[in-house]
Write a protein that binds this ligand. Structure first.
Ligand code: MG
Length: 268
């Protein structure tokens, strides 16, 4: 490696050799070590795989798993009994069926990048947590709301506890800012999820981390989770290997919200 670097230098015009000859007096006094060759710190492999990006920011890159492309819910099941998801698909979007309950992906994931878009209906009513409440569970670790929830809620001039507003990690982390759009406008989450890791005895080896961009604006910056997100009480970790991604059918009385353009890229 060094030999190759030295021979490259010898062939290169304007190498330190010429400079050394001109500055022979200086060289006699200066230490003989020369600056490291730039080649010493060049890394040539492994070569990153080529990925074709989506035509727009919302479209899946070539290596993404498409979870919802506007046509059907083939990739989703009801959390309750794993039967086919019965939310309403129409006009390229899926709308929450509150009576149906939470839905989750058939496939399970560990670390990933997720893109998902959601819209609070323009006709939304209610206030606080009862106004367009849903959620993206970044790992569904059991029935109901078990797991790690990135809150979905109307955050446009809708007062609630700030660790439960849109862009929050429910009851754990307040979003850095509120970039929420008005009801009736599509909004996006782009998420990087680093799953927690567990030892053989179920104890925590390393915590979960999450980074979230809300409408392209950073709202969670590598936040370290304290465990699962809970409605009541203090968070705790529960061991899992891989888990589905889950969407929440929240029981409040406000009009159901919609989702579209859902894709994930597994990180290995
Ligand atoms: Mg929620």
């Amino acid at each position: 490696m060094m030999a190759a670097a030295v021979s490259l230098l010898a062939q290169s015009p304007g190498s330190p050799r010429g400079a050394q000859a001109a500055g022979a007096v200086m060289a006699a006094q200066a230490p003989t070590t020369s600056a490291p060759a730039p080649e010493e710190t060049e890394v040539w492999e492994p070569i990153p795989p080529v990925v074709t990006p989506g035509a727009t920011w919302a479209a899946p890159p070539s290596d993404a798993i498409v979870l919802f492309d506007g046509k059907n819910l083939n990739e989703w099941v009801l959390t309750r009994d794993k039967s086919p998801a019965n939310w309403i698909v129409a006009d390229g979007v899926v709308t929450v069926n509150k009576a149906g309950g939470n839905i989750e992906t058939r496939q399970t994931f560990k670390d990933y990048q997720l893109h998902i878009e959601w819209k609070i209906p323009e006709s939304i009513t209610g206030s606080g947590q009862a106004r367009g409440n849903s959620g993206v569970f970044l790992a569904s670790t059991g029935p109901g709301d078990d797991g790690y929830e990135l809150q979905v809620l109307d955050s446009y001039q809708n007062k609630t506890y700030v660790n439960g507003m849109g862009g929050s990690i429910y009851k754990q982390s307040i979003p850095l800012v509120n970039p929420g759009r008005k009801p009736g406008e599509w909004q996006s989450y782009d998420v990087v999820w680093t799953a927690p890791e567990f030892n053989g005895d179920g104890s925590l080896k390393s915590p979960a981390y999450v980074t979230v961009f809300f409408n392209g604006v950073l709202v969670q910056n590598h936040f370290e989770l304290k465990g699962q997100t809970l409605y009541r009480g203090k968070p705790f970790y529960k061991a899992y290997e891989t888990a589905p991604i889950k969407l929440q059918a929240h029981g409040d009385k406000s009009e159901p919200i919609s989702f579209r353009n859902i894709w994930v890229r597994e990180l290995k």
